[in-house]
Ligand binder design. Sequence first.
Ligand code: HEM
Length: 181
Amino acid sequence: MNNHYSFIGGHEGPWRVTRCHAVVGEPVDAVQRLNVVNTPASQLNQRGTWVLQGFTSNVRYAERHEITQLRARQEGLNRPASTCAALIPIKKNAQWWALSQDERRAIFEAQSHHTEIGLAYLPEIARQLHHSRDLGEPFDFLTWFEFAPEHTDVFDELLVKLRASEEWKYVEREVDIRLLR
Ligand code: HEM
């Protein structure tokens, strides 16, 4: 199974970049288009202006009752109506990574209600989390979201809630890249 993905920013790809905004920390270079391929960066022929890579994985924090709710409500990527997408690369600080798994889970859910908040936005928002930290990448996570244009406002509302949470105090770099196809 190849669970490795590259997000190639440049002049090619089905996604047109409509906005590229550094929420916190260093920006990434502005590009016109984005291509997402199921290939590790080391095997790419075309590298564009930049490449961010990550891999899909098993859950770290979600508990059984949350997994059950997520599976009941979420829809997959590539829905025809999902002509909008967001790629939001995120890096958390050293303090976060020095915590234990149970301390991180407590901040993530008990204090920040990440899953509880996010569940209210399903199925309108489809999502995929990619892990990058263990690849030595500049970001720890590449978060990917797809939705219909009429759900842009609710997606922005979700971001306001999550960015106000305790969990986001540990975010030291975040770039919000919006896309249309
Ligand atoms: C992780 C749900 C939206 C960023 C997770 C996890 C769940 C979840 C269940 C934990 C996965 C695990 O157990 O390993 C949701 C739902 C959302 C949503 C239902 C609704 C659309 C967002 C948004 C962002 C985001 C909008 C970014 C702006 C992240 C990050 C992680 C994560 C960075 C990894 C956290 C870590 O491992 O430290 N999300 N999420 N999520 N989510 Fe969300």
